[in-house]
Design a protein around this ligand. Sequence first.
Ligand SMILES: [Zn+2]
Ligand SMILES: [Zn+2]
Ligand SMILES: [Zn+2]
Length: 163
Amino acid sequence: MTVNAEIFPSPVHDHDDCVRAALDAAEAQCDRHGARLTALRRRVLELVWTSHEPVGAYALLDILKAEGQAAAPPTVYRALDFLLVQGLIHRLERRNAFVGCRRPTTPHSAEFLICTDCGRVAELDDPSIGAAVRLGAEAQGFTVTRQTIEVEGLCPDCRKQGH
Ligand SMILES: [Zn+2]
Ligand SMILES: [Zn+2]
Ligand SMILES: [Zn+2]
């Protein structure tokens, strides 16, 4: 079995590149949709991209407060909603937290691999999974409107360390 190292980046990768790519993609996406990536929305997106681990809304609030931004919870929730609607971030129900999306321009159902050891999250890019769920649901007369699949386990790096 070949391990696709792409989705779990190396622990020593240049994360600034990830953040830059995410912010560039966000600007492009918002331009296309005629949506406004305000300074706060951009900063919230940047904070979600602090690492490849999911971030909760309250952690974001704390950071914004520490930066001297008078960000009330509703403001931050609205910014997160905006980013969700634009497809720039995903919400992990299991963690009640948010992760940045690496391919916001392509509509996709979200399947997540969550490492229970280091906490990193990667998005599986496998349309056959969503298709299989839709087919199975359809066979039961059920129409899928939204699906998020969250799978817990060990990432390649934690597995290598023998955890
Ligand atoms: Zn990165
Ligand atoms: Zn995504
Ligand atoms: Zn891990």
